[in-house]
Design a protein around this ligand. Structure first.
Ligand SMILES: Nc1nc2c(c(=O)[nH]1)N[C@H]1C(S)=C(S)[C@@H](COP(=O)(O)O)O[C@H]1N2
Ligand SMILES: [Mo]
Length: 195
């Protein structure tokens, strides 16, 4: 693994393979949106590794990189109970309506984002309560590392409901036994609002 150290003393342990994998596009970033990195995001240089959570990869204000091993060194969060390796799991999120919102009966746009880092999201399905999974519409694919926006037009009926969304990964990785798996996002409770 590569132990990266920050100017503030914070450290992260990143699998070496995630940094050298040719398709991964791991970066030492010095700029964002064509400008030098803002200080709060790691000026002068930070790491960015698609597919890994920030706490094991996104060291800001990098001062040192050391190739070592997971049994010889650990990043800041590992002794604090977080897993040493932090691959991002396929998932989805409902952004609107918000949890607990009241919605009127009729057309309600249920929308959010889905992600399957480095594999890509092929489609998103939504279900309300124990109903069938329904296809959502989604934005253009973007890259395999980008989040995919989706929306499902729900014909809401009076009563309490629990919509849930699930992202489905592209069937790209033959080696991954869980390919194509759906991980339902968080369920939302919504109540019918009168008037
Ligand atoms: N030096 C340093 N780098 C760090 C952290 C930190 O606490 N100190 N937090 C990490 C975590 S957990 C995340 S999610 C990202 C957040 O990066 P951002 O502030 O640019 O969004 O930074 C990572 N890099
Ligand atoms: Mo984080």
């Amino acid at each position: 693994m590569v132990l990266s150290t920050s100017h503030d003393g914070w450290t992260a342990g990143t699998p070496l393979q995630a940094l050298t994998d040719p398709g991964r596009d791991a970066l030492l970033a010095v700029a964002m949106d064509g400008r030098p990195l803002p200080v709060e995001h790691g000026f002068p240089v930070r790491m960015v590794v698609p597919g890994l959570y920030g706490y094991v990869s996104a060291t800001k204000w990098v001062t040192d990189l050391e190739v070592t091993r997971f049994d010889r060194a650990e990043g800041y969060w590992t002794p604090r109970g977080w897993s040493a390796e932090g691959p991002i799991k396929t998932g989805s999120r409902i952004d609107v309506p918000r949890q607990g919102d009241g919605v009127r009966a009729g057309r309600v746009a249920v929308a959010g984002v889905a992600w399957a880092q480095h594999v890509g999201v092929e489609r998103v399905e939504v279900r309300v309560d124990q109903g069938a999974w329904q296809a959502a519409r989604h934005g253009d694919g973007g890259g395999t590392d980008t989040w995919r926006q989706w929306v499902y037009e729900w014909d809401a009926t009076p009563g309490d409901h629990e919509p849930a969304g699930a992202g489905h990964r592209r069937d790209r990785r033959r080696a991954d036994r869980r390919r194509g798996a759906a991980r339902p996002g968080r369920r939302h409770r919504l109540a019918h609002r009168r008037g």
